[in-house]
Ligand binder design. Structure first.
Ligand code: ADP
Ligand code: MN
Ligand code: MN
Ligand code: MN
Ligand code: MN
Length: 361
């Protein structure tokens, strides 16, 4: 139905405005759950050159858990924009941060403090590579392509697999890849995952605040494409018990770690991380660790949520040093703990606070 309607309406999407300079700006923001992204569109006379050229806008925060009752206007401050793969032409997707009437960040705005931390740590040139895993569901909540009254055969043949009996939804993964590149996001790859109808893409390496901005926009594009297909993408970290969960491994480096002999700084960073495991877990999903409890069981290529561990090439550790990094003696570390539905602003802030600023007040 959805797909059919979309093709019937296609001629109207191709209509050009009378004023060819017009720009449709879709403002995006993270809502009060810190988990969902919202968006609405306005017409601008022309495409802006920088985010500062864009008007501040507002919305009704009482519907998004970002304000209460009578004082419900929330401000949208544009912080970054990208080419819009949906409206195309001059149109843009605008990432915004949300502020209340007193100019304070609202619920769900973790960008403000992340940005402060990234500014303080700018000299260390922090890079992040984010592995976003996700699962495609039918509108009935059942994983796409799974038998309706049972389970597919055991895990094994699906990861990076090919064939209609192994991959359910590759078209979405590939369309998303192209749409992200069109937008100008630094998407660095994709793969089919261990559980059937589960996929991954990577954003990065990006420096500083850009990682969070790009991940949130990439998530918007993913949910939008799924909507057009009439399927649902979930970032729930454990959609099906006893099967591989969905994480968001965050790869991290500073300029010191990337230079010759940098492994010394990688190991020092891991030592710092080991001191704050419980605190980090609280920032690695939107429910202070409750979501990740279902995923970080110590099984299915995860570590236990209750222990901190690290190791070279170890995919059952909290922190992995990739084998090649150990061989090269420099590079980056991988924090495997963040859940797929984490807020990348929170995760990147935590890493920089702990490893670079060593500042937990
Ligand atoms: P995995 O083997 O864990 O599946 P992936 O290839 O999926 O790894 O993801 C690795 C990520 O690390 C990519 O997003 C890549 O851009 C990122 N990355 C590579 N080098 C660095 C670096 N020096 N600092 C931070 N991230 C990096
Ligand atoms: Mn209205
Ligand atoms: Mn990966
Ligand atoms: Mn993966
Ligand atoms: Mn990984």
């Amino acid at each position: 139905m959805t797909t059919l309607t979309a093709s019937v309406l296609r001629p109207y999407f191709e209509l050009q405005p009378q004023n060819p300079d017009i720009c449709l700006a879709t403002y995006l923001w993270v809502d009060g759950s810190s988990e969902n992204i919202r968006g609405k569109t306005k017409t601008l006379p022309k495409r802006p050159k920088t985010p500062a050229d864009l008007p501040i806008w507002n919305f009704d925060g009482s519907s998004t858990k970002q304000s209460v009752g009578k004082n419900s206007d929330v401000y949208l401050h544009p912080v970054a924009f990208y080419a819009d793969p949906f409206f195309r032409g001059n149109s843009i997707l605008v990432m915004c941060a949300t502020y209340g009437s007193q100019g304070k960040p609202t619920a769900g705005n973790h960008r403000e403090s992340c940005n402060e931390v990234m500014s303080k740590a700018a000299a260390s040139k922090p890079w992040f590579g984010f592995e976003q895993e996700y699962t495609i569901l039918d509108t009935d909540g059942h994983p796409l392509g799974w038998p309706k009254n049972g389970f597919p055969g055991p895990q094994g043949p699906y990861y990076c697999g090919v064939g209609a009996n192994k991959v359910f939804g590759r078209q979405l993964m590939d369309a998303h890849y192209k749409a992200c590149l069109y937008a100008g996001l630094e998407i660095s790859g994709t793969n089919v995952e261990v559980m059937p109808s589960q996929f991954e893409y990577q954003i990065g390496p990006c420096e500083g605040i850009a990682l969070g901005d790009q991940v949130w926009v990439s998530r918007y594009i993913l949910h939008r494409l799924a909507e057009e297909l009439g399927v649902v993408v979930t970032l729930d970290p454990k959609p099906v018990q006893e099967w591989n969960g969905a994480g968001a491994h965050c790869n991290f480096s500073t300029v010191q770690m990337r230079e010759g002999g940098g492994i010394k700084y990688i190991k020092e960073g891991i030592e710092e991380l080991s001191k704050y495991h419980d605190l980090h877990i609280k920032h690695y999903d939107p429910k202070q660790g409750e979501d990740n409890k279902r995923r970080l069981t110590g099984l299915h290529e995860t570590s236990s949520i209750y222990d901190f561990s690290s190791g070279v090439a170890n995919r059952e550790a909290s922190i992995r040093i990739p084998r090649q990094v150990n061989k090269d003696g420099c590079g980056y570390l991988e924090d495997r703990r963040p859940a797929a539905n984490c807020d990348p602003y929170e995760v990147t802030e935590v890493l920089v606070r702990t490893i670079v600023l060593q500042d937990w007040e």
